[in-house]
Design a protein around this ligand. Structure first.
Ligand code: SAH
Length: 377
């Protein structure tokens, strides 16, 4: 934007104000919502009623909110529960047990979330940023760069959307609930600290404050942003912390996770152990196994010796294919040998399933590109 300066003839450049997502009930804690409702000319207790509609009944249709006065109800609901995520595409695989939702945010930014239904749990994998600034070369999200941070309500609404789909029986397997939330979609959650922490509070606090999902069933994953890990340690919220390690040595990790040049493997692991000590929670170490890159027996041995006797669990992730990447997953033999070596050190290991691969919905494949070839549901 160009404005006229008070000095005639001189032009001043003014940066355009970045528009923010519309404010939504889920951006605020219950006290903040009550204040907001009073500012809007309503009684504070309307905040509690609206919160129950949103978090408990998963409703956004004013017609169902018969405890609110009919006069002005639609306008009130439009004000405090504005639509944040416009559906673009919904793709399913695994006979309907995996659903990827591609949505557009108010400013056109696109994000994705993935619902994964298992026999005993249903996990929502949510995005915390549109794009990602961490630039890990094997991850599709990292290749497009960062568009922007998501707001608290934009993050929470992904979980509510999934919960609504489950409750209404739209997901194969009958009506159900979201039991787990993982911040493993697009973005680096700890680079959007405030919004993510508030989203964790909304997700874990019981109704009418939030969704009432146990903090132990919420996982926040990071590339190793050490100062933010330390801050998280001080919050006293017992979420599971996952660290995307991918290499036990700085030389290789500097290339796989570029942030490692700022915070080394030793520093990242020290912050992880401090988190485990403070919360009593077992830290997850994520290790995407890449053929001939990070899957050598000596690296398994080094990793095992660094993790042994720690409160830790290793998630080995067979590398998922991403466009433009020359890397591929390790052979089944190399994978088995890697896991066995870690187990020799007494380290707990599981190999993550490749849920969502067919719909580009697996780890590292979220690029918010829609696929015109596929049928929408
Ligand atoms: N930025 C955070 C949150 C994303 S979690 C983080 O990196 O931890 C997504 C997980 O999938 C991370 O562990 C990431 O390293 C891993 N991942 C990325 N690309 C992958 C790929 N192509 N195959 C398997 N895992 C991948």
């Amino acid at each position: 934007m160009v404005l006229m300066s008070p000095n005639p003839g001189e032009l001043v450049m003014v940066a355009p104000r970045r528009a923010k997502p519309p404010r939504h009930l889920a951006d605020l804690d219950l006290a903040g919502r009550r204040e907001w409702l009073v500012e809007l000319g309503h009684s504070a207790f309307r905040a509690d009623q609206l919160s129950r509609h949103y978090f408990e009944r998963l409703q956004h249709d004013p017609a169902t909110m018969t405890d609110l006065p009919a006069m002005g109800r639609t306008q009130l609901v439009e004000q405090v529960l504005p639509p944040l995520l416009s559906p673009v595409q919904s793709l399913t695989c695994d006979d309907g047990a995996t659903v990827k939702n591609v949505v557009r945010l108010f400013d056109g930014a696109m994000v994705e979330s993935v619902l994964m239904r298992y026999p005993k749990r249903t996990t929502m994998c949510v995005s915390s940023q549109a794009g990602c600034g961490m630039n890990c070369p094997f991850c599709a999200t990292g290749q497009a760069g960062l568009t922007r941070n998501m707001s608290t309500a934009e993050i929470v609404d992904q979980v509510v959307t999934g919960a609504r789909m489950l409750a209404s029986g739209q997901v194969a397997g009958g009506a159900g609930r979201v039991s787990n939330v993982v911040f493993m979609g697009m973005g680096e959650p700890l680079a959007n600290y405030r919004s993510v922490l508030d989203a964790v509070r909304r997700i874990t606090e019981p109704s009418p404050s939030g969704l009432g999902i146990s903090a132990r069933s919420v996982t926040v994953s990071t590339v190793g942003l050490v100062p933010a890990m330390e801050r998280l340690t001080g919050e006293g919220i017992p979420v599971t912390l996952a660290v995307s390690l991918h290499a036990p040595d700085d030389e290789l990790r500097n290339t796989l996770v570029p942030l490692n040049t700022r915070y080394s493997v030793d520093e990242v692991l020290a912050a992880a152990w401090a988190y485990a000590d403070a919360t009593g929670r077992r830290v997850s170490i994520e290790y995407a196994l890449i053929r001939d890159i990070n899957d050598q027996p000596w690296r398994a041995h080094l990793l095992g010796s660094m993790l042994k006797k720690r409160l830790v669990h290793v998630n080995v992730i067979p590398l998922n294919p991403t466009p433009g990447s020359v890397w591929t997953a390790s052979s089944p033999e190399a994978e088995r040998a890697f896991v066995a070596k870690l187990e020799e050190h007494g380290v707990a290991v599981t190999v993550r399933d490749t849920r969502g691969r067919e719909i580009d919905g697996a780890c590292g494949q979220l690029a918010a590109a829609t696929d015109p070839e596929r049928e929408q549901i």
